[in-house]
Write a protein of this length. Structure first.
Length: 521
């Protein structure tokens, strides 16, 4: 009876410890273009009613970046703390923007609670992996299987779009074939210019249905995208389906050469290259010639286990081991049933058998990357043959465990947050006001390093300029009027003593209005 009580007590405490993430619903944007104001409305709930941190970000490139966020002053139910509830509103001043087309607002709700990564990892679904692979399996080749190659390419695009990732295609010529890399990105909320890539090639050779090579990797990327994209991450996560790997890593070479924006840094790459073949039979694993010379410890481990193909190989570089180390640690912590053997290419050596997939161009560019592989032809006797099918050939428990470990690594690398995000689009034209055109003015702090905000004036013939200062939560903290153009370049505002933080100066005159951001330290 006492044991039953203890078990019930532990169970109730375990359940109590599972903190649910907030959820945003009914997120809408209502625009008043003449007034150049935007009103965002949303409902947000949290299972524990935790106070929430609400962020709002803005994009004018379809959600590829949210670089214009600092140009929009916001007030209302934003910042911290915001309590869960319905009918929450945020007022946004668009007068500092210019341009036309479709804009996007992204709302982020964080409850500042720890993220239960094990719960996320456990959500990987081996049945979904199998169902998706049943579709992907089939010759995917530019001449021998073009229709299915294009169908899988379209499905990758549709999956990314359905997950509300920013989806784009990189089209390039490979011989006479217009090849396509498909990219789906979730821009980070903190370090968006730092990018984590999870990728796999989706093409096959001309005579193989490519279930393991590399349908297994393709559906693995889908599964990680399905689960991880639900949650905000500090860094950007980009999922890529590479084309024409079988033609000589053409797709990944094209991406490295022409597809990486200049403002981005690729922090790490997790590349799937065949992740489904598993065997407990002795001598089911072979090794490349000379492997034991470079990697005697790994060879000894295989010898001790009678060369069973019951592990995943984590291939990295000794010069850039951080992603490989993270994968090993993630597997040990979150998927202890997965056996991982790590192979690091020695510094100063180029080993062909370790560079046979789309991680290699990243290595050449000095970017940390790993190839996660079941060993290709060194384990799978159906490699590059008509026998590369999923029926009775692939182990979906093993495949799911590989995906779990990779998901854990990607989530930690990208700094997943315990929260939720949603987007809303609005269309129209934002034009610079007469105030912006006539008045050259910027915001700053007093030159002696204090906390007194003020304005730096250039040409500014405006009279009766009203200045309102708002804090980051949209509260008015100071207001004054400048009756005539200042004679001096620096005009200090007569503000009270203000704490350090981000503030917004809202300027308004008969000629229009303008918002400036200022940071007090």
């Amino acid at each position: 009876m006492r044991l039953l009580f203890i078990l019930l007590f532990l169970s109730s405490n375990f359940l109590h410890a599972q903190n649910g993430a907030p959820a945003i619903q009914n997120f809408t944007a209502a625009i008043d273009w003449p007034a150049q104001t935007l009103t965002l409305t949303y409902d947000v709930n949290d299972p524990e009613n935790d106070p929430l941190e609400i962020q709002v970000q803005f994009s004018n490139d379809g959600g590829k970046t949210f670089a214009i966020t600092n140009q929009v002053a916001v007030s209302g139910d934003v910042g911290f703390p915001v309590l869960p509830g319905t009918g929450r509103t945020i007022s946004c001043d668009l007068s500092n923007l210019s341009g036309s087309g479709t804009f996007q607002a992204r709302l982020v709700a964080l409850d500042r609670q720890p993220f239960d990564l094990q719960e996320l990892v456990n959500a990987v679904d081996s049945n979904r992996l199998r169902s998706n692979l049943e579709f992907v399996e089939g010759i995917r080749h530019a001449t021998a299987g073009l229709a299915h190659l294009q169908a899988v390419r379209d499905s990758i695009e549709n999956v990314f779009s359905a997950l509300q990732l920013h989806t784009e295609k990189q089209v390039f010529m490979s011989g006479n074939y217009a090849a396509t890399n498909v990219l789906g990105s979730a821009p980070g909320i903190g370090q968006a210019d730092s990018v984590i890539i999870v990728d796999a090639h989706y093409d096959s050779v001309s005579n193989a249905p490519g279930a393991d090579d590399n349908g297994s990797g393709t559906v693995g990327v889908w599964e990680i995208a399905r689960l991880l994209s639900r949650y905000p991450t500090k860094k950007t996560v980009r999922y890529i389906g590479f084309d024409q790997e079988e033609a000589g890593l053409v797709g990944s070479i094209q991406y490295i050469s022409n597809g990486v924006p200049a403002n981005e840094t690729i922090a790490g790459v997790l590349n799937f290259e065949m992740i489904g073949y598993y065997s407990e039979e002795p001598n089911s694993q072979t090794l490349p010639t000379g492997f034991n010379i470079f990697f005697p410890d790994v060879a000894a481990a295989l010898t001790a286990d009678q060369y069973r193909g019951n592990f995943i190989t984590n291939v990295g570089q000794a010069a850039l081991p951080q992603v490989a180390d993270l994968f090993v640690a993630s597997a040990a912590s979150y998927v202890p049933d997965l056996k991982v053997l790590t192979v690091l290419e020695p510094v100063g050596f180029t080993l062909f058998d370790l560079r046979r997939s789309d991680h290699a161009p990243f290595w050449v560019s000095g970017i940390p990357a790993v190839m996660i592989t079941d060993g290709a032809n060194f384990r799978n006797e159906c490699y590059h043959t008509p026998g590369d099918t999923l029926n009775e050939k692939l182990n979906f428990t093993f495949m799911a465990n590989v995906v779990k470990a990779t998901l854990a690594a990607a989530a930690q690398f990208a700094e997943v947050q315990h929260g939720h995000w949603a987007t809303a689009n609005f269309e129209g034209t934002v034009r610079a006001t007469a105030l912006q055109r006539l008045c050259t003015v910027s915001a700053g702090v007093y030159p002696n390093g204090g906390r007194q905000p003020g304005l730096f004036f250039g040409e500014c013939p405006i009279t009766n300029l009203h200045v309102n200062l708002f804090d980051a939560n949209g509260r008015l903290v100071h207001s004054e009027r400048i009756d005539a153009p200042p004679q001096q370049e620096w005009y200090p505002l007569d503000t009270p003593d203000l704490p350090a933080g981000i503030y917004f100066l809202h300027l308004q005159a008969a000629e229009g209005k303008h918002t400036l951001k200022v940071a007090l330290f």
